[in-house]
Design a protein around this ligand. Sequence first.
Ligand code: SF4
Length: 402
Amino acid sequence: MEKKTQESMKIGREAENAAPGSNTPGRQPGEKGEEPGQAGQQPGKEAAGPEQAVGETHKTDVKSMTLPELESWLSGMGEKPFRAKQLFDWIHNKQASSFSDMTNLSKALREKLEKEAGLVVLKAAKVETSGIDGTRKYLFETEDGNFIESVRMTYSYGMSACISSQIGCAMGCRFCASTIGGVVRSLTAAEMLDQVYRIQADSPARVSHVVVMGMGEPFDNYDELVRFLHLVTAKEGMGLSARNLTVSTCGIVPGIRRFAKEGMPVTLALSLHASSQKAREEMMPIARKYPLDEVLDACRYYFRETGRRVTYEYSMVNGVNDSPENAEELGRLLGHQGAHVNLIPMNPVREKTWRQSPKEAISRFKMELENYGINVTIRREMGRDIDGACGQLRKRYTNQIL
Ligand code: SF4
């Protein structure tokens, strides 16, 4: 992981593209900035990277720091290395929400931290619980007055948190509410972590799985994503297994190839949603930049490098991508290579005209794919009664308060 300088850990510089407290979009849907996910750059920077903006003060973002970084920062303040371990434990293991809670630190150090450090803590502006399946949807407010969505789902294997990686999204997928209004900025690792920590604090059982599948394209915020993954799996912190983490991309080829080399056995999910290049271009503008054959090639590379099978996500949209011909085309594309396809009954989005495929069409599609030796699951619909589709709650809430 790239080591952050202390300067880049400062929080509080104003966003380049977004005034604090505003929801002014940066890039609009489909409009691209720098090439995301390439080595030696900071993807998503033009949409305000983590070093640029959170809150109004100029404090150091200690929640985004690794243990060695904390040690070096604290030693610059004349503190012993064991203090870094204690601080890391409070932040990532006990998940404290204020420095005053950190009772085994000296009063003098706590006062120094209050002055010099920021402990990013998200506020829950709204929480909704599904009466159908108990799924809980959170609208968190960031310190600069923006809103992001996270979801907690309960499965037989435990609790899973679905988190956002950006405020809004620049990718412009036609079926998605998160992209309406473009991207405001990328989230810091601390803001990604704190979605998990706030959800954990609100949960009766351990959050064992995390999926980065909420608002935003994770590889458009590559460096902070990887930093987040290292921190959430740190054994001195929450210690989640990398195998219980999933990162979902719309198909940023350089990001997939770079991620394959990170040495983390994280599951990769590709938002595929179409069975041909032409159909994919109509649904997802990113397909014009990264053609389907290149994306699938990058996914195969990811599998070879990590040994982790890629999950192909396919939203079932009535009359758009759910015909028997589509199933056959997809079968030919992915058959006989150990692929796993997850069919998603599309959650309707008010602002979009597309609707969910009927149940029979989804079952028929599944059977067709299975004929090609593909492992197929149908995603359980979660939180349908609480604006389950990603980006909808934020849209509704900000419309009300603006
Ligand atoms: S589906 Fe994902 S990548 Fe596409 S617009 Fe929505 S959040 Fe962005």
